[in-house]
Design a protein around this ligand. Structure first.
Ligand SMILES: Cc1ncc(COP(=O)(O)O)c(C=O)c1O
Length: 441
């Protein structure tokens, strides 16, 4: 068979994820290096990372401690089988993650991404009820505008139409809570909006419709980030916890973004003082340096599986790369960096300054809402008539040209910089964004 040599800069074969492929390939944006708060482009420009990669590089890029840990691990042991075998770092990391998670969330199942962490949580929820003799609890409840990754489970409980509409009927027995955002009631709220806690009561309606005995779990993001940074109304998450507890329904917090300091705490569960039954996480777990996801379960959930003959596998689930040595090494180093550099408390200190900077954009052209929490922000723009998402994407391109990386979803600009950011870089981010918005008047 003839081998066709391809020129190195042929962009065609790579089918890019969540990307307008033709548009990108006509005008590519290629990054070649990263250090601290900045990327370098292939044409030698420096770009300030306003998004921590994709909400993941919480310790900044190329942290020497994380780099050294990965290098040393690659040299020492590249891989150890994950099934019926183990290696010490996976156990150490599980202990460290359990120690960081609130309450008795103390057992950790490793995977390779947020999507896998979510599918793992949904499967654990179903199998848990079955193990306890409630096999009829098979329904899963997600939320409109939720994002739980792209597996069939996560997509089914997710609530973003574009991610769902082309993929058929998905999982059966799924229902959705209403989303929590209403601009007419919440616009320009600082932090958690006052209005909207009552939307959690919709769960009572869903329970009345299906009966609690058919419902396994409710899954929500404490802050719905990917759909445009929807901050939970004050009291909403506590109310969800009350209702799920009352009906024996598991509550899953998808903390793929809110985990590891984004809100100034180990997890959103701690920040909001609400104890879920399962937490999913990924991204900041390794500071984005090696792919890894994790599902953290409360003790009673793990214990429910630990019956029957001891030689029988308790949960028929896992990934070849569960607890991969390189990911474990990166995660252990990332957790050290977060602790040694006090990054979560730095976020708490910086959050009020961040909030001021976000809300100072009020009144600039096309800005219809501003939202913030921890080191997260959204700038919602008025859409161009008949061309949804175009205005924000134009802003993204202009910001990139000015050396600032932001993220957009629909007509919303989302920001989530590395937790190592300083006041001066906060000023730089919002200074550039203000310029962009003024230019677009
Ligand atoms: C809340 C949430 N869950 C799941 C995912 C999926 O994670 P991954 O892309 O690692 O599969 C994401 C990704 O942004 C997320 O924000």
């Amino acid at each position: 068979m003839a081998v066709t040599a391809r020129v190195p800069n042929d962009l065609e074969p790579y089918w890019m994820p969540f990307t307008a492929n033709r548009q990108f390939k006509a005008r590519p944006r290629l990054l070649s290096a990263a250090k601290g708060l900045h990327y370098t482009t292939t044409d030698g420009r420096t770009v300030l990372d306003g998004t921590a990669g994709l909400w993941c590089c919480n310790a900044g890029h190329g942290h020497p401690k994380i780099v050294a840990a990965i290098q040393a691990q690659a040299a020492e042991m590249d891989y150890a089988p994950a099934f019926q075998m183990g290696h010490p770092k996976a156990f150490e990391l599980a202990s460290r993650v359990a120690a960081l998670a609130p309450g008795d969330l103390d057992h950790v199942f490793f995977s390779n991404s947020g999507s896998e962490a979510v599918d793992t949580a949904l499967k654990i929820a179903l199998a848990y009820h079955r193990a306890r003799g409630e096999a009829g609890r098979t329904r899963l409840i997600g939320r409109e505008r939720g994002y739980h990754g792209v597996g069939f489970g996560g997509m089914s409980v997710g609530g973003m139409a574009n991610n769902r509409k082309t993929f058929g009927p998905m999982l059966g027995g799924v229902d959705h809570l209403p989303q929590t955002y209403d601009r007419s009631k919440q616009a320009f709220s600082r932090g958690e909006p006052e209005w909207g806690a009552h939307l959690a009561d919709e769960l009572e309606r869903i329970v009345a419709l299906h009966d609690a005995s058919t419902i396994a779990a409710v899954i929500v993001e404490p802050v719905a980030c990917s759909a445009g940074v929807l901050i939970p109304p004050k009291g909403y998450l506590k109310r969800l916890r009350e209702i799920t507890s009352k009906h024996g329904i598991l509550l899953i917090f998808d903390e793929v973004i809110t985990g590891f300091g984004r809100l100034g705490a180990g997890f959103g569960a701690e920040y909001f003082d609400v104890q879920p039954d399962l937490i999913t996480c990924a991204k900041g777990l390794t500071s984005g340096a090696v792919p890894m996801g994790a599902t953290i379960a409360r003790k009673h959930i793990y214990d429910a599986f630990m019956s029957g003959p001891e030689h029988v596998i308790e949960l028929f689930h896992g990934y070849t790369y569960s607890g991969h040595p390189l990911a474990c090494a990166a995660a252990l180093a990332a957790l050290d960096v977060y602790a040694e550099e006090g990054l979560f408390s730095k976020v708490r200190e910086l959050a009020p300054y961040w909030a001021e900077a976000v809300h100072a954009l009020k009144g600039l052209p096309h800005v219809v809402d501003l939202r913030n929490l921890g080191l997260i922000a959204a700038i919602e723009l008025d859409p161009i008539a008949g061309q949804p998402a175009k205005r924000a994407f134009d802003a993204f391109l202009r910001a990139y040209d000015k050396g600032l990386l932001v993220r957009t979803t629909g007509d919303i600009i989302a920001l989530s910089p590395p937790l190592t950011i300083t006041r001066a870089t906060v000023d730089e981010i919002f200074g550039k964004l203000a310029e962009v918005l003024r230019e677009m008047a």
